[in-house]
Design a protein around this ligand. Structure first.
Ligand code: ADP
Length: 279
C-alpha cells in the first residue's frame, strides 16, 4: 500500500487540512513480477534446447560426423529440438497476440457434434495407420477412442480453427500422458444453457498440488517427460485463453495414477427448431 500525504495550505499560510491518498500497489507489483517471471521462463525454456543443439553440432564437428551410426542420431535430435523451439515460438506469438487483443476471433455457428466427430475421426485414422500425430505423438494402436454424444444437435458460436486446436491439444495430451495406452472417452452433452465436452483418459493423472497450475504458462508436472514428448508447456494455457475468449470455461478433474478428465463448457441456447423436434 502506498500512502501519500499532502497538506492543504491556505493563502494565509495556515494549514487547514491534510489529504491522504492511499493506493493499492500490490496488483501492479504482481503484474510486474509475473512479467519478469515470464521473460525469465522464456529465456530458460529456449536456452535448454539451444544448448543441447549446440552440443550436438559441436560433437559432430569434433568428428562424430564421420560415424555413420552416431551422426544421423545426433542430427535427428538437433532437428527435433529445433522443431520444438519453432512450436514454442509459434505458441508464444499466439499468446502474445491474445494478450494484446490482436488475435482475431472468427466466430460462426457450428454443429459441435459434427466438428468433434470430424476431429476424432482424424485421430482414429492416424491410429489405424500407425502414424504420428501432428505434434509428433506416436499413437500406435494402444489407444481406443470411445464417443458418448448426445442425440441433440448442438449449435454453438465458436471460432472453428481455434477450437479445433484446443481439442487437438487435449487429445494429444490424453495420449502423451497415458504411456500404457488405454481408453479415451469423449463425451458431448448439454445442460439448459451450456454444452459440455469432455475427454477422459486412463493415464498418469495429475498430482493434487499441480491441478491448479497446469493451465499456467510453462507449468509441467514432469518437465523431462513433457520435453521428451516435444511439449512446450504452453498448450493448456493457450487452450484456456481460447475457450475463455469464446465465453466458455475449461477445467480438469484428475486422480493421480488413475487418469484425468478435461472439461470444456460453452454457452448454449437451444435452437427453436430443436425444441419443436422434441415434441
Ligand atoms: P505440454 O504437454 O507441452 O507440457 P500443456 O500445457 O499441454 O503442455 O500441459 C501442461 C502440463 O499438464 C503437462 O506437462 C502435464 O504435466 C499436464 N497434463 C496435461 N494433460 C494431461 C493429461 N491428460 N494427463 C496428465 N497430465 C496432463
Amino acid at each position: 500500500l502506498h500512502a501519500h500525504f499532502s497538506s492543504i495550505q491556505r493563502e494565509s499560510g495556515f494549514i487547514s487540512g491534510l489529504v491522504c491518498v492511499l493506493r493499492d500497489v500490490t496488483e501492479q507489483q504482481k503484474i510486474d513480477k509475473d512479467r519478469k517471471q515470464f521473460v525469465s521462463n522464456v529465456s530458460h525454456e529456449l536456452r535448454t534446447p539451444l544448448t543441447s543443439v549446440h552440443s550436438y553440432i559441436e560433437a559432430l564437428q569434433d568428428g562424430a560426423w564421420k560415424d555413420g551410426e552416431i551422426a544421423p542420431h545426433f542430427l535427428k535430435v538437433a532437428q527435433d529440438e529445433t522443431d520444438r523451439m519453432i512450436r514454442m515460438i509459434n505458441d508464444l506469438l499466439t499468446l502474445s497476440r491474445m494478450d494484446s487483443g490482436t488475435q482475431k476471433i472468427n466466430k460462426e455457428m457450428v454443429n459441435l457434434n459434427e466438428l468433434f466427430t470430424y476431429i476424432l475421426d482424424q485421430f482414429d485414422m492416424i491410429m489405424k495407420n500407425g502414424n504420428k500425430t501432428e505434434q509428433g505423438i506416436d499413437v500406435n494402436n494402444n489407444y481406443k477412442i470411445i464417443r458418448k454424444f448426445t442425440k441433440q444437435t448442438l449449435w454453438v458460436e465458436i471460432d472453428t480453427d481455434r477450437f479445433t486446436q484446443v481439442i487437438d491439444n487435449i487429445m494429444n495430451n490424453a495420449m502423451k500422458y497415458s504411456p500404457d495406452g488405454g481408453t479415451i472417452t469423449c463425451e458431448l452433452y448439454e445442460t439448459h444453457n451450456q454444452v459440455i465436452l469432455s475427454v477422459t483418459d486412463q493415464g498418469l493423472g495429475i498430482p493434487k498440488n499441480a491441478v491448479d497450475h497446469i493451465f499456467d504458462r510453462f507449468y509441467r508436472v514432469d518437465k523431462a517427460r513433457s520435453r521428451a514428448q516435444g511439449g512446450t508447456g504452453l498448450g493448456l494455457s493457450i487452450s484456456r485463453e481460447v475457450i475463455e475468449a469464446q465465453g466458455g470455461h475449461i477445467w480438469v478433474k484428475s486422480e493421480e495414477g488413475k487418469g484425468s478428465t478435461f472439461y470444456i463448457s460453452l454457452p448454449y441456447e437451444p435452437m427453436e427448431e430443436d425444441l419443436w423436434d422434441e415434441n
